[in-house]
Design a binder for this molecule. Structure first.
Ligand code: FMN
Ligand code: SF4
Length: 445
């Protein structure tokens, strides 16, 4: 079981593992669905949107788009049908925050989803869960059935004229299907490939109807904002980054798990809260915000993990992943692993990404085999820049991020591989096979 810690007052994990998620009555006693009742009985959909806008909540799925604005865009559209799609694909390596919410607080997510539906005028929500999150799917199914039995889902919720249904869909198991438009394609039964934008989902989403696609953690913030008010929410965090953030900690760190902490802590502080680098080793770098995110070097970790501070270095908290690398990690090994992931996950729709990921992997392999040159490093940089500019979707645009930054920040290490030329082809290929076949699956207990 994944462990978690809460630093300060929690917004998301307040009742997680304290109240059994299978006992809806206990959840209601503890305040669950109070925000929904308040919204349906005392607030108009416009009031809900205003409160969310005032809270300055930003999407927790990676891009940080203002949630209230997204709701407003969908609410403005005139349509006989609208949808809320919950993005629980969570395909980013090292990320498990949405899993914990879905497993341990399914009613929190259901309440947030209904609130979003009320705000935009939708009558249907679809929670799309990563296919191997078996426990999350089971818990959500039970929670949805219990909510229907209690009149919290279905027709005339709490005796009002608002009706809302929720279903669960299992994701296709591909990383690209977490991209919002690929997710919609997949839900329509098509191949999970991203769509051209605009139009954006709030205008033309699922089956061409206005749709908000929101991350699990984003929606889990709504019950707090509606029950406690936006002003209370603004007390958490710092200017421009309000609320708390869930961080998934993994890699060479003493304690691995999930931390909920108000925005504003530095990467260094978060690592210290988790007991520091494993076995007292020195820190080499941190992969922040996922393998498509930012490579933060040991001497840069004093930076606060908030939208403004990270924006200055063209980064962001992303989905809140922190993968710690200790001093013994070979940066070329790390980036090879990441690029192999992207090569496998590229959907093949556009050439800059489908060919670019293959070329980058081949160049890294050549360098690791001892046959690389400094010219190869230049080629890597050139392909990376080309992919960023020309790829069709966020996957290809961000896939070379860590690799490119590793050459900027750990150039000596790359040059040592190029100049040293290990030439250990047999050992290299053996290790590679072991790494690929030894991948750890997901605990589905
Ligand atoms: C390749 C790729 C994978 C993504 N995977 C996820 C994911 O697993 N979960 C998620 O919430 N957002 C993911 N996103 C971001 C979504 O496209 C979208 O921005 C997000 O679901 C919007 O929700 P939010 O506004 O609440 O953050 C991914 C984006 C890309 C480009
Ligand atoms: S960038 Fe990659 S994942 Fe995105 S559409 Fe192109 S090939 Fe597919």
């Amino acid at each position: 079981m994944i462990d978690f810690k809460v630093i300060g007052e929690p917004v998301i994990l307040k009742n997680a593992r304290k109240i059994c998620p299978n006992d809806i009555e206990k959840c209601i006693e503890a305040g669950r669905y109070g925000a929904l009742k308040r919204a349906l009985k005392e607030m108009s959909p416009e009031d809900v949107i205003e409160e969310v806008k005032k809270s300055q909540l930003r999407g927790r799925g990676g891009a940080g788009f203002p949630t209230g604005l997204k709701f407003e865009l969908a609410a403005k559209e005139k349509s006989d049908k609208k949808y809320v799609v919950v993005n629980g694909e969570e395909g980013e390596p090292g990320t498990f925050k949405d899993r914990i919410i879905m497993e341990d607080s399914p009613h929190l997510l259901i309440e947030g989803t209904i609130l979003a539906g009320y705000a935009i005028g939708a009558d249907e929500g679809i929670i799309c869960v990563r296919c191997d999150y078996i426990k999350a799917i089971k818990r959500l199914r039970k929670a949805i059935a219990d909510a229907y039995n209690m009149g919290i889902l279905g027709k005339n919720i709490f005796g009002t004229d608002f009706s809302f249904d929720i279903t669960i869909e299992r994701g296709a198991g591909a990383y690209v299907c977490g991209e919002e438009t690929a997710l919609l394609e997949m839900l329509e039964g098509k191949r999970g490939e991203p769509r051209k934008k605009p139009p954006f989902p709030p205008q033309k989403g699922l089956y061409g109807k206005p749709t908000v696609v929101n991350n699990v953690e984003t929606l889990a913030n709504l019950p707090f904002i509606i029950s406690e008010g936006a002003d209370r929410f603004l007390e958490f965090g710092i200017d421009g980054s309000h609320g708390t953030k869930l961080f998934s900690l993994s890699g060479d760190i003493e304690w691995k798990g999930l931390i909920e902490i108000p925005f504003g802590a530095t990467i260094k502080e978060i690592i210290e809260l988790a007991g520091g680098v494993k076995d007292g080793k020195k820190l080499k770098a941190v992969i922040l915000g996922g393998v498509s995110g930012t490579l933060v070097r040991y001497d840069e970790v004093d930076i606060s993990v908030d939208y403004h501070s990270l924006g200055v270095i063209e980064a962001g908290p992303g989905c809140g992943t922190i993968i710690v690398l200790d001093e013994t990690r070979d940066i070329v090994d790390v980036t090879e692993n990441i690029m192999e992931f992207f090569r496998t996950e590229s959907c093949g729709k556009c050439r800059p990404c489908s060919l670019g990921t293959v070329s980058l992997c081949n160049l890294i392999h050549r360098i690791k085999e001892g046959n690389g040159t400094e010219e190869d490093l230049k080629k890597i940089e050139k392909i990376s820049i080309g992919m960023r500019k020309a790829s069709f979707c966020g996957l290809g645009q961000t896939a070379p991020n860590i690799l490119y930054q590793s050459i900027q920040k750990f150039r000596d290490e790359w040059l040592a591989h190029v100049r040293g030329g290990k030439n250990d082809r047999d050992g290299y290929h053996k290790n590679r096979r072991q790494r690929i076949h030894g991948r750890v699956g997901t605990d589905d207990s």
